[in-house]
Design a protein around this ligand. Structure first.
Ligand code: TXA
Ligand code: MG
Length: 337
């Protein structure tokens, strides 16, 4: 089993930073989801991430940088990896960093090639979680400029939002191979919004809790949606975030109609819905919060929990059409694909 340490303990953070500097893996809490972290400039260490996840090595990882001191304190981290930062990207950093926004920037050719999956760009994020920041700062003191960290789940599976989820995903790794910092449940709950800043104007690659309207308001430019030419992003593969049970999205009416027809045969189905529904006794029902941020926060934990009941199907009520729900809707559609 991997080693789990409570992250409020300064020695635990220091030990994790030392492991990063030495080339091994750390389970890192962030405000979005837990990341499986390694020194982004150590090709062997980054290779371990791909192996542990079972992720194809041409799928680029996000590199996390420390917030540093003062305004734009992340600049030294950013400049180490990015060849160039367009003005709109710098504006977005100032508006949303530290926070759940990843920017794809032109990569300096000499750095982080393995972490970038061979792309000539690099995804950068300065996370807001205090434990992530403490870890990045401690690692920086040991010469680590940035930490590559995809979500700490095996490829294609539901992202982890607690330390226990990470331990579950990588139960086969030994103490010495993975230290997980337990920073509690992630407050945002779904992965960062990703904006491509390599094409002269912002392009949304992955929706998250920072919406296009918020991005546009901050940078004063329209944000284009992803098109065919967009670079590969595994979070954008059609099927992803998938539990073992089959997930199906339905509106409240057909959902109720199907439950009525099945009656007590619906016991092999779990329900996640915001509308009140009539169900036979024994059917597992979780109430979906009416607030998008609350739903995002619990979403992956709920999918894991419902999956763990052993049901074969998880029926989820389609979230509201409002853009605040874009991130949640996207994850549910991929879980259902
Ligand atoms: O919230 C998050 O972003 C979490 C936490 C740990 O920071 N990380 C995360 O990483 O979601 P991951 O690897 O599961 O998803 C990263 C996404 C992938 O879809 C990847 O393809 C895309 O970012 N990405 C990274 N670098 C890229 C690049 N250079 N070009 C295009 N897409 C990139
Ligand atoms: Mg992921």
């Amino acid at each position: 089993m991997p080693l789990q340490l409570p992250a409020h303990n300064a020695e635990a953070v220091e030990a994790a930073a030392q492991r990063l500097a030495a080339g091994s893996l750390v389970g890192m809490p962030t405000e979005t989801v837990y990341g499986l972290a390694a020194n982004a400039d150590n090709a062997t260490a980054v290779q371990r991430i791909f192996e542990a996840k079972g992720r194809p090595s041409d799928h680029p990882l996000i590199v996390h940088v420390a917030a540093g001191e003062g305004t734009d304190g992340w600049q030294s981290g950013v400049n180490h990896y990015a060849r160039e930062v367009p003005a709109f990207a710098a504006t977005l950093m100032r508006a949303f960093w530290p926070g759940p926004l990843t920017l794809i920037l032109p990569r300096r050719s000499a750095v982080a090639a393995v972490a970038a999956g061979g792309q000539d760009s690099v995804g950068l994020r300065c996370p807001a979680h205090p434990v992530a920041q403490a870890l990045l700062a401690a690692a920086a003191r040991q010469g680590v400029y940035g930490v590559a960290a995809p979500s700490a789940n095996r490829f294609g599976r539901v992202s982890p939002t607690t330390a226990a989820h990470v331990a579950e995903e990588f139960a086969s790794l030994a103490d010495a191979d993975l230290l997980i910092l337990d920073g509690g449940a992630c407050p945002v709950g779904i992965e960062s919004t990703i904006v491509d800043a390599t094409r002269g104007h912002p392009v949304l690659l992955r929706p998250g809790m920072i919406t296009p309207a918020q991005l546009e308001a901050a940078c004063g430019q329209p944000v284009q949606s992803r098109d065919e030419a967009a670079p590969r992003a595994s979070g954008t593969l059609e099927s992803h975030y998938a539990p073992r049970a089959q997930v199906r999205l339905m509106d409240a009416k057909p959902l109720q109609a199907a439950l009525d027809v099945l009656g007590s045969d619906a016991r092999h189905i779990a329900i996640y819905a915001h509308s009140p529904l009539n169900t036979a006794r024994g059917v597992v029902v979780r109430r979906m919060p009416l607030d998008a941020a609350q739903c995002a926060q619990e979403l992956f934990a709920v999918l894991r929990e419902l999956d763990a009941t052993g049901v074969r199907l998880i029926w989820v009520e389609t979230p509201p059409a409002d853009t605040a729900w874009d991130g949640v809707r996207d994850r549910l559609q991929r879980a259902a694909a």
